[in-house]
Design a protein around this ligand. Structure first.
Ligand code: NDP
Length: 328
């Protein structure tokens, strides 16, 4: 029997509390693959979970962290062998199952993805759930058939984790990228990721008219609410918006006009329960489509002991791009 370090969330009378402690192997959940976790990450959902700001953690005590990457230590599955480098995102990690803020994890083989050739655990977590989601949005737009030569693409919440990776992926594929942000001081950061034009967050925040002047043919939205409504209203004929986030609200005060008069498509994107074949395809594309230098430029590294304070900074809008948690 051995122990490992982890952040553990416990329920208190007045809410919940998160702290680092030693966890016994016997507390690991069922699964046929044991992973030595080397890297995790900090996503918006993690920050909400750690701050107790939304009912993300639904079982106590629980190790939070919605994703992790590391090396297989032991496997009862023919699909994985000790030494394989794997990634786990979603599937209830950090919600109903012990997640990534731990030196060890045990997981069903059918939910782990073996990393493509050349992709390290650290790079997989610089991408993380946020980057996987951005890639799923790009794949959804491609399935719809929109192309860079049809017009520009817009990305909202562009300085955030999903937004930053979305910008980089679209720019690499030749899209002219318009970024919406509430942080004009990050203009140089966004331009380095490949943004051609920046619009202030406020331009998309007011109540949307049924239709607006056509400004883009594709979009990736991380904000929701009036922002998503405005995005749809300003999409040109036959275009599509991939919606994956709710940083500005869960509502959607929109009209049907863009859908029935401009043939605009609203494409929903979920990473948590995305089917395995789609995940594998997304990771394969990420291994090719992400410029490693650009990814490094949007990534900050922290230790397990900095996760809780950095989560509060993320919710306060003070974190940019991606945050990798070095577990080892
Ligand atoms: P981040 O906190 O890194 O980024 C969110 C960004 O949204 C901020 O950086 C900010 O961008 C913008 N923003 C924040 N608050 C507001 C507001 N009130 N109005 C308008 N814009 C705002 O989070 P992530 O990138 O990790 O996640 C983004 C969203 O995507 C979240 O809602 C998250 O839950 C969702 N998500 C969904 C997934 C799925 O499977 N569908 C998976 C992963 C994430 P800026 O500073 O540029 O204005």
């Amino acid at each position: 029997m051995s122990t490992f370090k982890a952040i553990v969330v416990v329920k208190k009378e007045d809410g919940q509390q998160a702290a680092i402690r030693d966890v016994d192997d016997s507390e690991l959940m069922e699964g046929d693959v044991t992973v030595r976790v080397t890297h995790s990450t900090l996503n918006y959902k993690d920050a909400l979970a750690l701050g107790g700001r939304a009912p993300i953690v639904r079982r106590f005590p629980l190790i939070p962290g919605i994703d992790f990457a590391g090396e297989v230590e032991a496997s009862g599955s023919a699909d994985f062998a000790p030494g394989d480098v794997v990634v786990l995102t979603g599937w209830g990690a950090g919600e109903t199952r012990h997640g990534g803020y731990a030196q060890r994890a045990r997981w069903p083989a059918g939910q782990l993805v073996k990393l493509p050739q050349g992709m390290t655990a650290e790079r997989a977590m610089a991408i993380g759930t946020a980057g996987l989601t951005a890639m799923l949005c790009v794949l959804a737009l491609e399935r719809h058939g929109v192309k860079p030569q049809d017009g520009p693409a817009v990305v909202t919440g562009a300085v955030g984790g999903v937004g930053s990776v979305a910008v980089a992926l679209l720019a690499r594929k030749g899209w002219k990228v318009i970024a919406s942000t509430g942080r004009p001081q990050e203009a140089d950061y966004l331009k380095n990721l490949g943004v051609s034009k920046i619009i202030p967050r406020g331009e998309l925040a007011a109540a949307a008219k049924p239709l607006g002047k056509e400004a883009w043919v594709a979009g990736i939205d991380t904000v929701g609410s009036t922002t998503l409504a405005n995005l749809c209203a300003r999409t040109s004929y036959g275009g599509a918006i991939a919606a994956c986030g709710l940083a500005g609200g869960m509502d959607l005060p929109a009209s049907v006009a863009p859908f029935i008069l401009r043939n605009v498509a609203l494409l929903g994107v979920d990473s948590v329960q995305a089917p395995m074949a789609l995940r594998q395809r997304a990771w394969e594309r990420l291994a090719i489509d992400i410029d490693t230098g650009v990814l490094a430029s949007m990534t900050t590294k922290i230790g397990l002991d900095q996760v809780i304070t950095t989560a509060a900074e993320l919710l306060a809008g003070k974190v940019r791009g991606r945050v990798v948690v070095e577990i080892d």
